[in-house]
Write a protein that binds this ligand. Structure first.
Ligand code: FEO
Length: 408
């Protein structure tokens, strides 16, 4: 991978993870990979901002890229640790063994993690607070701002005023590997749409639970005259950095109020009875002009479902009762939506049962703290009758009307 001289004294470096079957955070599929970006700023002293994870090949690749900037790994003066999650800090163990002089700059909360996760000696760590600066010489001054919980409690961002560049760590990131096109202004419309879609999926998977903190971070940084946003994942935003900030504000707003005029419809079926309800559901929604994001479990993955659920004002769950409870893969989806704080939705549940029900009670119990506005469910024993299917379609239509009113 090549390094890119961004502007003035700043280099962008990076590695891609795009192994088949790799799960980001051990959980989220990334069929199009993900980049882990690092940056290097040169003054009289040289600082590297974030590293990469401790994975064979990645450490070596980033080490080579650092050397390509003209500074040997052993000669780096500072490592700015914006965030201690191991995708950015795992390489530190290797780094500390090779570089005996660099000082490590991080938030106060990160100090014990640097010692515990990466064996960085305490006497080489300098903790910083909001607004603290580090002067690299030649007019290059780094300023640090704490952005707790975007994405871990110790997270901070780094501002280089000379280049009006924000090194934003996880904030404003996206999935998708990055190769020759580093900047937003190099992308075709199709590739730009890809990264925007992957930014939403990244947000829903990684950051969504902390939306309140995203709002606070954006408010805190509002006074900066940002020309370039350089995140730790995905492309660098320099053509229109306001665009990704606006996207993040919109994604964060979905935690508090109506999302988009869409429904995330997740269905599961054991023997085809609940499946018969899917077409009437789609028909009812589409006739009212509400878009449908359709998923089946366990076939479709949680990460994509979560992204669609986050951006949709409405949710429909269609699943049978299974041993007096919800069909287990659907229970997993519902529980994950609870963990990720998917709130303020209009919701409908439909499904089949055999001897007795149970899914309904299980669903209501699991979602009682979600703050969802849940309609009366439509349940049927075994195969749905024509009347059952009419009820299903009518309920979908009613849900669509509620969504349109909700979204406005
Ligand atoms: Fe990219 Fe929260 O680490």
């Amino acid at each position: 991978m090549n390094i890119t001289k961004m502007s003035g004294p700043v280099y962008r470096m990076g590695v891609n993870i795009h192994e088949e079957g790799y799960l980001f955070e051990g959980l989220w599929p990334i069929p199009d990979g993900v980049s882990i970006n690092s940056y290097l700023v040169q003054g009289d002293k040289t600082a590297v901002i974030d590293l990469t994870q401790e994975t064979a090949g990645l450490v070596e690749s980033l080490s080579r890229q650092i050397e390509m900037t003209g500074t040997a790994l052993e000669d780096l003066d500072y490592v700015i640790v914006n965030h201690m999650e191991p995708d950015h800090s795992g390489m530190l163990k290797d780094f500390v063994s090779k570089n005996k002089k660099a000082r490590f700059i991080c938030s106060e909360k990160a100090v014990p993690l640097l010692q515990q996760f990466c064996s960085v000696p305490e006497d080489r760590i300098d903790s910083v607070k909001d607004g603290d600066t580090l002067d690299l010489g030649q007019g290059q001054v780094l300023t640090f701002f704490m952005v707790p919980n975007v994405h871990w409690p110790e997270t901070m961002v780094t501002w280089l005023d000379s280049e009006k560049t924000l090194f934003a760590c996880d904030a404003f990131g996206s999935y998708g590997k990055v190769e020759d096109e580093i900047f937003d202004d190099q992308l075709s419309d199709e590739r730009a749409a890809f990264y925007e879609k992957e930014a939403l999926r990244y947000y829903a998977n990684i950051v969504a639970s902390f939306s309140m903190f995203v709002d606070k971070a954006i408010a805190k940084l509002a006074g900066l005259d940002i020309k370039i946003i350089a995140p730790s994942h995905g492309i660098v935003w320099r053509k229109n950095p306001a665009k990704i900030i606006e996207h993040y504000q919109r994604y964060a707003s979905y935690a508090k109020g109506p999302a988009e005029k869409e429904v995330c419809l997740v269905w599961a079926s054991m023997y085809g009875n609940t499946e018969k309800a899917v077409s009437p559901l789609i028909r009812g929604l589409k006739e009212e002009g509400v878009e449908v994001n359709l998923f089946r479990v366990p076939q479709d993955d949680l990460g994509h479902i979560l992204a669609a659920a986050w951006k949709s004002a409405g949710l429909i769950f269609a699943m049978p009762t299974y041993e007096y409870k919800m069909f287990p893969p659907m229970a997993t989806v519902v529980d994950d939506l609870m963990i990720k704080k998917v709130k303020n939705k209009k919701v409908l549940r439909v499904g089949s049962f055999g001897w007795v029900g149970g899914a309904e009670k299980d669903f209501r119990t699991r979602t009682e703290k979600a703050g969802w506005d849940i309609m009366d469910s439509v349940e049927f024993q075994g195969c749905p009758t024509e009347e059952d299917l009419k009820n299903v379609e009518n309920s979908a239509r009613e849900l669509a009307k509620q969504i349109k009113e909700f979204v406005g």
